[in-house]
Design a protein around this ligand. Structure first.
Ligand code: PEP
Length: 259
């Protein structure tokens, strides 16, 4: 558990209008900047809203991230956005989100290339891993998640540890309202840490942060952020409601204030 929690707000493909995106970021800003020594907040809006939101966040403690990036720096890759383009505006990028794996056919190899490219371009990375419901039901969570961690970090080294975060997001928990049992989340996050240690060494692995994600809201966030080995949460749907996200930040700050 790091001295302060990381709360990452993944807005996905929302809001549709720039004005609503600006209203949302302004709505979450007071709580997100209130206790920076206890909670670090990073916001991941859609690409078109990054520049406008960067202006709002300038000079604050809140960080900005992109929801994806490509692995090349420039070239004939229509529709793609390179980490070199992002680094002027963003401090963070998400790789391997399960929605990209499911709808865009992202493979472990693509996730590994994106993760390495983002790190090489001075961005911090939240790499997402998680099992499908059929894996969970078959008791295959450890095997699937370990495989994703090993494959996704194939091109990483101990030098990347301070800028590397792994989000454990059971796919069946994302957007379903069916958040994972904290005990299951804890065991899987412990296994992720062990796997990272085997890959980059135990000392470096201690600097890698591990988050839980999947239907986190103001009512259940405490159960995750108080888990030993949990460094915070990746929040999707609940981050689109300024009032709800404000409560998530406040509850997390209260837990970390008592550590
Ligand atoms: C996510 O998008 O990473 C996520 C965890 O979504 P939700 O909180 O809506 O389950």
């Amino acid at each position: 558990m790091s001295p302060k929690a990381l709360l990452a707000a993944n807005w996905k493909m929302n809001p549709v209008n720039a004005g609503d995106a600006l209203d949302l970021v302004k709505g979450v800003l007071p709580a997100s900047t209130a206790k920076p020594e206890l909670v670090e907040v990073a916001i991941f809006p859609p690409f078109p809203w990054l520049l406008g939101i960067a202006e709002v966040l300038e000079g604050t403690t809140v960080k900005l991230g992109a929801q994806d990036c490509f692995w090349e720096i420039s070239g004939a890759y229509t529709g793609e956005v390179s980490p070199a383009m992002l680094k002027g505006w963003c401090q963070w990028v998400i790789t391997g989100h399960s929605e990209r794996r499911a709808y865009l056919g992202e493979t472990d190899d693509m996730v590994a290339r994106k993760t390495a490219a983002a790190l090489a371009n001075d961005l911090s990375v939240i790499m997402c891993v998680g099992e499908l419901d059929e894996h969970y039901d078959a008791g295959r969570t450890a095997e699937v998640v370990t495989g994703q961690v090993r494959a996704g970090l194939a091109n990483c080294s101990a030098d990347d540890s301070a800028r590397l975060v792994i989000a454990y997001e059971p796919v069946w928990a994302i957007g379903s309202g069916k958040s994972a049992d904290p005990e299951h989340a804890y065991k899987t996050m412990r296994m992720i840490r062990k796997t990272v240690g085997e890959l980059i060494g135990a000392g470096a692995a201690r600097k890698v942060r591990v988050l839980y994600g999947g239907s986190v809201n103001a009512s259940n966030v405490e159960a995750y952020v108080e888990l030993p080995l949990c460094d915070g949460c990746l929040v999707g749907g609940a981050s689109l409601n300024a009032e709800e996200f404000t409560k998530i930040v406040e509850v997390t700050a209260a837990v970390y204030a008592h550590l």
